[in-house]
Design a protein around this ligand. Structure first.
Ligand SMILES: [Zn+2]
Ligand SMILES: [Zn+2]
Length: 163
């Protein structure tokens, strides 16, 4: 009887297995991020990003929020700017799309590394202390004051690469 350690296959809601997804909230309406109360638009936008399995473009967000009465791209862009500033969302420049933070808010992490799968679109977020330290040292040498760093690697995720 191989009944032990039966995998829990009850996927009631469609949160797809992000490996290190330690968001504590399941209430998307709970409009708070790092102690800051979000506006309605901001929490709607964040809700879309959190539900998505892959990065979403601003127009994708706008489309998804039309039923909520959001019509103007500027409403989405303003909300995104704020969410990025709060460290609860990231902009992926190379694909011009947005993701919710897979960590507990990255506002004080200097180096966030995204691994973007070109096949399935998955974006895996990694934060590495050594990378952060290196980047910090480089900036210091150049007497550069970094506000935000996002590194994007493109290729194939483990599932798509078949490894
Ligand atoms: Zn993050
Ligand atoms: Zn993939």
């Amino acid at each position: 009887m191989a009944d032990a350690a039966k995998p829990d296959l009850a996927h009631g809601h469609h949160v797809q297995g992000h490996a290190a997804h330690d968001h504590q909230g399941h209430d998307h309406g709970g409009a708070r991020a790092g102690g800051v109360t979000l506006t309605r638009n901001q929490s709607l936008v964040l809700g879309i990003l959190e539900k998505a399995d892959a990065p979403v473009t601003a127009y994708g967000i706008l489309d998804a929020l039309r039923p909520e009465g959001i019509r103007a791209p500027l409403q989405v862009y303003r909300a995104l700017d704020k969410l990025i500033e709060l460290g609860v969302a990231h902009r992926l420049e190379s694909i011009n799309a947005f993701v919710s933070c897979q960590h507990d808010g990255c506002h004080d992490v200097a180096g966030t590394v995204f691994m973007l799968c070109e096949k399935c679109g998955h974006a895996e977020e990694m934060a590495d202390a050594e990378t952060s330290a290196h980047l910090g040292a480089l900036a210091l040498m150049a007497r550069f004051k970094p506000a935000r760093t996002t590194i994007e690697m493109r290729g194939l995720c483990a599932a798509c690469a078949g490894t």
